[in-house]
Design a binder for this molecule. Structure first.
Ligand code: HEM
Length: 482
């Protein structure tokens, strides 16, 4: 606990075993980080157990960490310790991260996304029908629930070719298990705390299969993915060649031949391009969890902002009416909805679903007078950066114009980080934007979001690394006359 002070990096006093974890848990990441920024400035240090963490708000330093010095900051400092899950590209580091990332990148190309338009339109059609039914009954809506079942259906169809009907089937196990995964996933789980305080316990915790994610839902997803893979292997060539989902692309990579040479610190390593079965399951699991919660949260916060800013909702509706006639939107039409993109970006600025991301230094690095020691974690406080009045004037106001083409051109890209930045940027970003836009086109043709007596005046966030409100966000939905 002297490491950072010796380097002249100020910060709150850590407690003996836990460091500063309990302070973050008690006040919540958003409020506690804001408090410390006021006290210690743009760069300060804390400890997760024994792990030194340098929290950086300085945009120049961040750019170096995320882009220019990325070779020294490729890894995240996250310990998931659970079979299959840890193989997901999000959790991998170094050579393995690069290999898996290269293999799965084509899965999210524009060509592949175009193939997903049809299933996403189908899921969005169901979503708008369900919201219209609620409107007819005059009932209020828990928006997270409706958008959560929508994003689960989208990911099940686009990633696995599964025709789940989470939107109409309240017992659909995918949604139930995904919800449990996030409701109980805790950074401050006993297992995680133990592994931070006593790093030598990590192999034992791994063997015992304990980590951030609860075991029941993880086992459900792993079992389901394994069964889907087995099923695919029994299908004939013709059936499989029709399949265009992510799982099929991952399975193709299982039989891929060839190798690449990876060069790091003057050492050449031969890297096999192929994915192992365990790695395929890891990626498939990751797509489920990454694709569900984040996009559902975005739609949830967006509808809340539309309720609070009716003029934005009307402008959005006008744009939809101008560009997308009364039928399923095409890929090109979706790309013309520039105001909608501004509204989505402003939502992601105001309410980034992921509050912070981290990078771990693989060697000692000096950036702008700050010495970052080997193995220290650099924390990128996304929420704070996007709410800093130096980066955005009156940051608490919802103003989509901040993202019009001219203003964006002038702005520093490191001030907008909802999908991260640099070579480890979110791989599903374009899919997330696409499904958000298609959902909005369908929904706003049928209903408008409006305030009800249960709509909160102010969002009240829970503790944790994912931005979630303490109480469900409820709004009214009003039917658009035909
Ligand atoms: C609005 C929705 C989403 C948000 C806000 C979001 C946010 C993020 C963030 C902040 C990161 C870390 C980036 C970094 O470290 O620089 C990330 C990584 C990732 N995301 Fe997303 N995400 C979203 C949707 C999706 C979807 C739909 C998928 C896939 C189905 C996905 C898959 C991934 C993967 C695989 C990574 C790990 C990339 C790597 O480590 O190389 N995300 N996402």
């Amino acid at each position: 606990h002297n490491v950072l002070a010796k380097l002249g990096i100020p910060g709150p006093k850590p407690s003996l075993f836990l460091g500063n974890i309990l302070q973050l848990e008690k006040l919540g990441t958003v409020l506690q980080l804001a408090e410390w920024k006021k006290q210690f400035g743009a760069v300060f240090g804390l400890y997760f157990g024994r792990q030194p963490v340098i929290v950086v708000h300085d945009l120049d330093i961040l750019k170096e960490v995320l882009v220019k010095d990325f070779p020294h900051f490729t890894d995240r400092a996250i310990n998931v310790s659970r079979a299959y899950v840890e193989k997901g590209v999000f959790f991998q580091g170094g050579v393995n991260w690069k290999r898996i990332r290269n293999i799965i990148t084509p899965t999210f190309s524009s060509g592949k996304l175009k193939l997903m338009i049809e299933p996403i339109n189908q899921c969005s059609g169901l979503l708008s029908n369900n919201l219209a039914t609620k409107a007819k009954k005059g009932e209020t809506v828990d928006v997270k629930h409706y958008f959560g079942v929508y994003t689960m259906d989208v990911i099940a169809r686009t990633a696995f070719g599964l025709n789940t009907d989470s939107q109409n089937n309240p017992d659909e196990p995918f949604v139930d298990n995904a919800r449990k995964l996030f409701a109980t996933a805790k950074f401050a789980s006993t297992a995680n705390l133990l592994s931070l305080i006593f790093p030598f316990l990590r192999p034992l915790l791994k063997a015992l299969e304990v980590g951030i994610f609860p075991s029941g839902p993880v086992q459900f997803f792993v079992r389901t993915i394994k069964a889907m893979i087995e099923q695919r292997k029994t299908e004939d060539e013709a059936t499989r060649s029709q399949r265009t989902d992510f799982l099929e692309l991952l399975l193709k990579a299982e039989s891929e031949e060839g190798s690449d040479t990876h060069v790091a610190n003057g050492t050449h390593t031969k890297v096999i391009k192929r994915l192992t079965l365990e790695e395929i399951i890891g990626q498939a699991f990751l797509f489920f969890i990454a694709g569900y919660e984040t996009t559902a949260s975005t739609l949830q916060f967006l509808s809340y902002h539309l309720v609070k800013n009716p003029e934005v909702q009307e402008k959005l509706v006008k744009e939809i009416e101008t560009h997308v006639f009364n039928r399923e939107p095409t890929y090109d039409e979706i790309n013309k909805l520039t105001y909608m993109e501004q509204v989505i970006f402003e939502t992601l600025r105001h309410c980034p679903p992921v509050i912070t991301v981290n990078r771990k230094a693989s060697t000692d690095v000096d950036i702008k007078g700050v010495h970052i020691p080997k193995d220290a974690m650099v924390m990128i406080p996304i929420y704070m950066i996007q709410h800093d009045p130096e980066n955005y004037e009156n940051p608490e106001e919802f103003r989509p114009e901040r993202f019009d083409a001219a203003t964006r051109k002038e702005s520093n890209p490191v001030t907008f980080l909802p999908f991260g930045y640099g070579p480890r940027l979110c791989i599903g970003m374009r899919l997330a934007l696409l499904e958000t836009k298609i959902a909005l086109v369908h929904v706003l043709r049928r209903v408008r979001f409006a305030k009800c007596s249960e709509t909160p005046d102010k969002l009240n966030f829970k503790n944790g690394g994912i931005l979630a409100t303490k109480d469900p966000i409820k709004v009214a939905v009003e039917l658009v006359p035909k």
